[in-house]
Design a protein around this ligand. Structure first.
Ligand SMILES: Cc1cc2nc3c(=O)[nH]c(=O)nc-3n(C[C@H](O)[C@H](O)[C@H](O)COP(=O)(O)OP(=O)(O)OC[C@H]3O[C@@H](n4cnc5c(N)ncnc54)[C@H](O)[C@@H]3O)c2cc1C
Length: 390
């Protein structure tokens, strides 16, 4: 029987208390109107100081020494209260800090992790290019060996948190003739302020206004050999390590957003009077709420199982892809039903429900698309004789 430990319950509660105190309605609305991320830096530092945003990293670099599972618990609570603001704060270290921790040298970890884990600018991960998103097996951001280091040229797009990052992990084609081409890709750590790096925030966009989405141009950017992250020509394989986590994170963010929407809709349905009766007394609404609750429970089981295994170092790509495809889709449906229960009010920014839908919609695309997740599940169950771990 699955159950959280006392410590995990305490972490979840502390994250929720923090989010309820700090993610005020005014802040959430302000982040929609202004460029959210610019007003969240102090809050990211505070969440880092309290050990929320860096929970899964080793203590020697400034983390809390827990696992990916505890990160998922914190993310769920942050997104339950803050939706996109919750994502931005939970990801204060930047999505690629995990990669630095996984494949970086001791020297690189000591240099790059402590500032990111303190909240002084995260580590963004730049993989997608204008012509290569779903399929990054060949890239047009090239790194050439020159002047005792490497020269990087190319463009990355839709990169989360790049404008406020301290550094960027960039996947580059180092050997264009490699066969298959992904065996000629390498990761590099690039200072955001390095000469030749130009970052532009992409907007307007549908949601996630508290978390920047950027284009990054690399124009003859020089990096030394120390900046190579992981092994030469193994960058694609290193990146896959991160993708399992990104898929689960997309799921848990959507789950948290849906839980918050469900709680608001339930409260509203209990309070709203229509034809002299509480809305919650109508059968149609009762069934909607019952189905929403069941979907949330199922999503939670899948997310927790996938992240628990991931946190123990035995992550399962099929489970991560099930989270990515099923959980994200169903949680969007739950939020959509919450909008319906609110009626016209649900369409207004004031209730915060429509924002949850706009924020959650990103995760059918970001961190690997739903279609690619379904392709992976199909490959495993049809060609690879895959059995679920139970
Ligand atoms: C909010 C946001 C944040 C992001 N953050 C980052 C980030 O931090 N770092 C980063 O590197 N990238 C990031 N991305 C980029 C994201 O990973 C890509 O958008 C995604 O991988 C899809 O690539 P694409 O946009 O080029 O779509 P395309 O590759 O053009 O695909 C278009 C559509 O075709 C579908 N498709 C493609 N091939 C197949 C197939 N074989 N079978 C069925 N369907 C298929 C796709 O699923 C998709 O629906 C982010 C995107 C968003 C929206």
């Amino acid at each position: 029987m699955f159950s959280l430990t006392g410590e995990q319950k305490a972490i979840k509660k502390a994250a929720r208390d923090f989010a309820e105190k700090e993610f005020t309605k005014e802040l959430l609305l302000k982040c929609e109107e202004e460029d959210g991320i610019d007003i969240l830096q102090d809050l990211i530092r505070k969440a880092s100081q309290l050990g929320f945003s860096n929970i899964e990293f080793p203590t020697e670099y400034g983390g809390q020494g827990y696992t990916f599972f505890e990160k998922v618990l914190v993310t769920e609570e942050f997104c339950r209260v803050g939706s996109g603001v919750g994502v931005a704060i939970a990801e204060g270290c930047g999505v690629a800090a995990t990669l630095v921790n996984a494949v970086g040298t001791e020297e690189q970890k000591k240099k790059y992790l402590p500032p990111a884990l303190k909240g002084d600018g995260g580590i963004a991960g730049a993989f997608t290019e204008p012509a290569h998103g779903t399929d990054i097996t060949f890239l047009e951001t090239f790194a050439k060996k020159e002047r005792g280091g490497w020269i990087i040229n190319g463009t990355k797009t839709f990169i989360s948190g790049a404008s406020e990052a301290s550094s960027i992990v960039v996947l580059c084609q180092t050997n264009p003739d490699a066969k298959p081409p992904y065996r000629g890709q390498t990761l590099f750590l690039v200072d955001r302020k390095a000469e030749g790096v130009e970052i532009t925030k992409l907007k307007p966009k549908l949601g996630l206004h508290a978390w920047s989405t950027c284009e990054i141009k690399f124009d003859n950017v020089y990096v030394d050999d120390f900046s190579m992250l992981g092994e030469l020509n193994r960058g694609f394989y290193h990146t896959l390590l991160l993708f399992n986590q990104l898929r689960i994170l997309g799921g848990v963010r959507s789950l948290g957003m849906a839980e918050g929407a469900f709680e608001s809709a339930l409260k509203h349905a209990k309070e709203r009077i229509i034809r002299g009766k509480n809305l919650v007394s109508y059968q149609g609404i009762r069934w909607m709420l019952a189905k929403m609750a069941a979907k949330i429970e199922l999503a939670k089981l899948l997310v927790y199982k996938a992240s628990y295994l991931e946190g123990r170092g035995v992550g399962d790509p099929v489970l991560a892809c099930m989270v990515k495809s099923w959980v994200v889709e169903e949680m969007l449906n739950v939020i959509d039903e919450a909008i319906q229960i609110f009626g016209g009010l649900g369409y207004m920014a004031e209730t915060g429900i429509e924002r949850r839908w706009r924020d959650a919609r990103a995760f059918k695309i970001a961190g690997g698309t739903r279609e690619m997740a379904l392709n992976t599940i199909a490959d495993f169950i049809i060609e690879k004789n895959y059995n679920l771990i139970w």
